[in-house]
Design a protein. Structure first.
Length: 166
């Protein structure tokens, strides 16, 4: 059962970002504000049916943005100076953000576990941004993340179904 949602996402992943932008736009229309009360419930349902450890595609394909606090915490944990950490592990991406320089993430293990889990960057802690408290803040990212993350895909699909059935 757990792998079913990932397989569903893989089959549907031929959809484009444009498709998800339409879904997200519909979800975020003013008349649909009541639907946001359901996002926590929908996310919980999705994560009862799948685990990030079954996929880890985010760690395999999306380098997280690193904050100064992330660099400080990770460099201390790894026993490196901030400068050494940045030189060894980071780069500036096309948007001007500091990110890990390799993809898949150098800290991703063969079993999809994170070797720095307790110290991971804030972007990793908050991903996939579908928790009720931050769902609205991730509006611009949900369409892109649905392409990379089966959890986001399934949350958006279920939210869209709820919206269409109201």
């Amino acid at each position: 059962m757990k792998k079913d949602l990932i397989e569903k996402w893989k089959k549907a992943n031929v959809r484009s970002e444009k498709t998800y932008k339409k879904i997200v736009k519909n979800l975020f229309e003013k008349k649909n504000k009541k639907i946001f009360k359901k996002v926590g419930e929908v996310q919980d349902q999705v994560f009862k049916e799948m685990s990030c450890m079954d996929c880890a595609n985010c760690c395999k394909s999306i380098p997280p943005q690193l904050l100064k606090s992330d660099v400080k915490r990770l460099s201390k944990h790894l026993g490196l100076s901030k400068k050494q950490f940045e030189k060894e592990y980071t780069t500036i991406d096309d948007d001007g953000d500091l990110v890990f320089k390799t993809s898949p993430c150098v800290f991703l293990q063969d079993d999809n576990a994170c070797s720095i889990y307790e110290f991971r960057p804030e972007a990793c802690r908050e991903y996939p941004h579908t928790e009720q408290s931050i769902f609205k803040d991730g509006k611009e990212w949900h369409a892109i993340n649905a392409i990379y993350c089966p959890a986001v895909y399934n949350v958006l699909e279920r939210m869209n179904t709820l919206l269409n059935n109201k």
